[in-house]
Write a protein that binds this ligand. Structure first.
Ligand code: FPP
Length: 248
């Protein structure tokens, strides 16, 4: 399908849990690391498509706070892959006016990854086309704890009245501050139907779309399938459906 053919409804903020790299590789008798390499190629294609069709914010779960518990060999390979990805995509990201962003406990990352990430975050900071966020050493609970500490520190220093704290203060203290606050659609590949500590605050009213397709086999056609279903859903945000409102 031609990318330019898509003109249906689009989420402003799309988030993806890219699952199934390891299983995809193992099923073919390959090492899990090959699955991650293929996964990185799919990231490149999906970023291109999202940029072309006008997605405003794309957030990818690339490495969770819990992924540190994987075998050293896999963690090292993923870190090296992330460093290579950031360096190899640098010029395409800049040429396409993409703002590159990262959320998570970035201090926990090995220096080569952190430096490559920070360099591209800086270099692309004026990008107005799409914001591409990688969640790295990221956990939703960890993010909320971090935000709570920041707000408590402000309150303890007398700069913030605890009684004035509202959702806006919390959003401003989250790692995602500066992004469209809410995620509209989250896609999870490879059959699992759970959120796995991803963007817990930001997913409050997100539509969820699950597919059996593992991330290394995910294509633009699958993405458009998700958008088609997204466009057919009625988002109510806790209020009444429009036909029910009409009856009131
Ligand atoms: C889940 O598959 C995927 C990850 C833990 C990492 C995601 C990384 C990539 C898609 C590649 C690198 C990313 C970028 C941005 C270049 P899994 O290993 O949990 O698969 P499994 O559930 O089948 O074991």
């Amino acid at each position: 399908m031609d990318t330019l053919a898509w003109n249906g409804p689009l989420p402003r903020h799309l988030a993806i849990i890219m699952d199934g790299n390891g299983r995809w590789a193992e099923r073919q008798g390959l090492s899990r690391l090959v699955g991650h390499e293929q996964g990185a190629d799919v990231v490149r294609e999906i970023v291109r498509t999202c940029r072309k069709i006008g997605i405003e914010a794309l957030t990818l779960y690339a490495f969770s706070a819990q992924n540190w518990g994987r075998p050293d060999e896999e963690v090292t390979a993923l870190m090296s892959l992330l460093t290579r990805y950031v360096k190899s995509e640098r010029s395409e990201i800049l040429d396409n006016n993409i703002r590159f962003n990262a959320i998570g406990d970035l201090d926990a990352l090995p220096r080569p990854v952190r430096f490559a990430v920070e360099e591209l975050v800086d270099a692309s900071s004026e990008g107005k086309g799409m914001v591409l966020t990688l969640a790295l050493s990221y956990g939703g609970r960890e993010e909320i704890v971090h935000a709570a500490r920041r707000l408590a520190t402000e309150a303890a220093a007398g700069r913030l009245d605890p009684k004035s704290i509202d959702a806006g203060h919390v959003e401003a203290a989250l790692w995602t501050h500066g992004l469209p606050a809410d995620v509209d659609l989250v896609i999870r590949t490879s059959g699992e139907q759970r959120i796995s500590n991803f963007l817990l605050w930001q997913l409050a009213y997100a539509e969820l779309w699950f597919t059996e397709v593992p991330w290394p086999a995910f294509t633009q056609e699958h993405l458009f399938e998700a958008f088609t279903e997204y466009g057919a859903r009625e988002r109510r945000f806790g209020e009444l459906a429009s036909r029910e409102r009409a009856l009131c």
